[in-house]
Design a protein around this ligand. Structure first.
Ligand SMILES: [Ca+2]
Ligand SMILES: [Ca+2]
Length: 80
């Protein structure tokens, strides 16, 4: 998920915002952190560091992390 198109408006890669809820973010996140190296944080990640226990954090989109893909499952109906 990302807010790269509109700061603060988080959407999944499919363009929806379903189930993006404030309670999933780690305390103080998303903070769009900026410094001399980073111009903000626009990509969402599961974070497990410091006070975050597998909660969401916004990070720089250039950070390399493992990821999860969603795939639609199609079932065929067998007719007798
Ligand atoms: Ca941002
Ligand atoms: Ca952050």
């Amino acid at each position: 998920m990302s807010d790269i198109d509109e700061e603060g408006k988080w959407i999944w890669t499919d363009g929806t915002s379903e189930n993006i809820k404030p309670g999933f973010w780690c305390s103080g996140e998303p903070n769009d952190y900026k410094d001399h190296r980073f111009k903000g944080e626009d990509c969402g990640a599961l974070w497990n560091e410091d006070d975050c226990q597998m909660e969401w954090n916004d990070v720089d989109c250039q950070v390399s992390l493992t990821f999860i893909c969603e795939k639609e499952i199609k079932c065929n109906t067998v007719q007798n």
